[in-house]
Ligand binder design. Structure first.
Ligand SMILES: [Zn+2]
Length: 112
């Protein structure tokens, strides 16, 4: 269960993880935003956030993250699925809601 504490302090936002899973999430986000060679990336709000209308959460685009940079794209499974690495043929069985892992530098592929 992800339940990160979010504090808005004037012009900055503090995400405070409260368990290991949350720490891993914040670390992943941090790594996406901080580019050690170029400028740090920005979170840009996408669309609208109206909690009364839907419960899909607030979306942000990570500016500067190239599309196709698949090593950084996080995709969640909607159903229990098997995924395979096309490079080393490793097969994993994942549950709905799991993030498709990266293997051999590329996102693993869902097996039909
Ligand atoms: Zn692999």
């Amino acid at each position: 269960m992800i339940n990160i504490k979010i504090d808005i302090q004037k012009n900055h936002v503090v995400l405070t993880p409260e368990n290991d899973e949350e720490k891993a999430k914040v670390t992943a986000l941090w790594k996406l935003l901080v580019d050690c060679v170029g400028d740090s990336r920005k979170l840009v709000p996408i669309g609208e956030y109206v909690p009364q209308k839907n419960d899909i959460g607030a979306s942000f685009h990570i500016e500067g993250l190239e599309f196709g940079d698949s090593s950084f794209v996080e995709v969640r499974l909607e159903d229990d699925e098997s995924v395979i690495c096309k490079t080393c043929n490793k097969l994993l069985h994942l549950k709905a809601g799991n993030v498709i892992p990266i293997c051999c530098g590329e996102m693993m592929t869902v097996v039909d």
